[in-house]
Design a protein around this ligand. Structure first.
Ligand code: PLP
Length: 381
């Protein structure tokens, strides 16, 4: 039987290990300091202060004001809250249109599908072969009728990074709100909401070494939206429900660690990713999906033509990698992201995502390289 240290975990775009220092910080809020942060007694106040502190730390990571951060259960809830909240606050007769991109995460695509069902017009823009949004195409369809434009910052399957600053400028020229799903970017690369001039930005803790079940969104103060969850008025009336204290403390600590270590983590992880990528590209016929675009330093999505990804994943045994996004891995459809980038179904089915973190080592990356080469060689002979 495999024990934990035998796994080589290269699926960090799906979820990450909690940082030990984050876990240490969280535990007292599940045992010693378990009060409800809305209670006015001493323990309640202690817990409330920790939430205030965590909100500041997350705001620092994003260059936001603490009052602009709303904690939720994660990115999916945040996306639902923001899109449905904007729509509920809008006038459908003057602004009936939503624009997004065909390569977005299913949390965006399926929320948009629902908004279509209730009468909004949704445009799903195509991408170029690189995975980058075709700006000329966007300029053709956006108009004063556009309520919100939603474009992800970094793609979860390929790591392809969109030019959100430029896209936001276009949205604002038409008085459309600009939202970005930055779930794969926050905590990994610098994200500055002021520099981007973004209206809404989505993040999730478990993608950058905080626990699952905590995330949130940034919103620019002047923007109005109707809360998705009504109740006791927590989160300044923007998301009700007893606060997930330990999760909030955890994401706060994570934000602090990420901010302090960003440059060195990027350098360390990129070196490992580049080594993995360069070595796997030596295998005949392989190519990197999205190679011509700017990409996150921790992801490489490689096509091994004529070898089914499911077969490779099975043969890799204790090396944990992914074919497409985790939410889709039980489906037998090719990745919609890769298809939109122009891949054939066969090549999409033969593509694997390797996503790294600060916990990977050169030794394990070298082992992975040799294992993949061995499997492919045996398959071809
Ligand atoms: C880009 C992107 N958006 C949204 C989500 C959903 O995140 P969560 O698990 O926090 O709901 C994910 C996670 O897979 C993601 O990668």
């Amino acid at each position: 039987m495999l024990i934990n240290k035998d796994y080589i975990y290269l699926d960090n775009a799906a979820t990450t290990r909690i940082d030990d220092n984050v876990l240490k910080e969280m535990i007292p809020f599940m045992s010693e300091f378990y009060a409800n942060s809305s209670s006015s007694h001493l323990m309640g106040k202690k817990v409330k202060n920790e939430i205030v502190n965590a909100r500041e730390l997350v705001a620092n990571l994003l260059n936001a004001d603490a009052s602009e951060i709303v904690f939720t259960s994660g990115a999916t809830e945040s996306i639902n809250a923001v899109l449905k909240g904007i729509v509920a606050n809008s006038d459908k007769t003057t602004k009936p249109q939503i624009i997004t991109v065909a390569t977005e995460h299913s949390a965006i695509l399926n929320t948009c599908k629902y908004l279509e069902e209730i009468g909004f017009e949704v445009i799903y823009l195509p991408v170029l072969q690189s995975g980058i949004l075709d700006i000329a195409n966007l300029k053709n369809v956006i108009s004063e009728r556009t309520l919100v434009l939603s474009v992800m910052l970094a793609n979860n399957e390929t790591g392809v990074i969109q030019n959100i600053k430029e896209i936001t400028k276009i949205a604002h020229q038409f008085e459309a709100l600009m939202m970005t799903d930055a779930t794969q970017a926050v905590g990994k690369i610098p994200v500055d909401v002021k520099d981007l001039d973004i209206d809404f930005l989505i993040f999730s803790g478990h993608k950058f070494h905080a626990p699952k079940g905590i995330g949130g969104f940034y919103y620019k103060q002047e923007n109005k939206f109707v809360p998705l969850i009504h109740g006791g008025g927590q989160e300044n009336n923007r998301r009700s429900g007893t606060s997930n204290t330990s999760g909030i403390v955890g994401i706060g600590k994570c934000a602090e660690i990420s901010l302090n270590q960003l440059d060195q983590d990027i350098e360390y992880i990129k070196k490992l990713r580049d080594r993995l990528e360069q070595e796997l590209l030596l295998i005949e016929g392989t190519f990197v999906n999205g190679h011509s675009a700017e990409r996150l330093h921790n992801i490489t999505n490689i096509c091994f033509p004529n070898i089914e990804a499911d077969f490779l994943i099975g043969m890799l045994r204790n090396i944990c990698v992914s074919n497409g996004s985790a939410c889709h891995s039980e489906l037998i459809e090719p990745s919609h992201v890769l298809i939109e980038m122009g891949l054939s179904s066969e090549d999409a089915f033969s593509s694997i995502r390797f996503s790294l973190s600060k916990y990977n080592t050169q030794e394990k990356i070298d082992y992975t390289i040799s294992k993949v080469k061995e499997i492919v060689n045996n398959f071809q002979t």
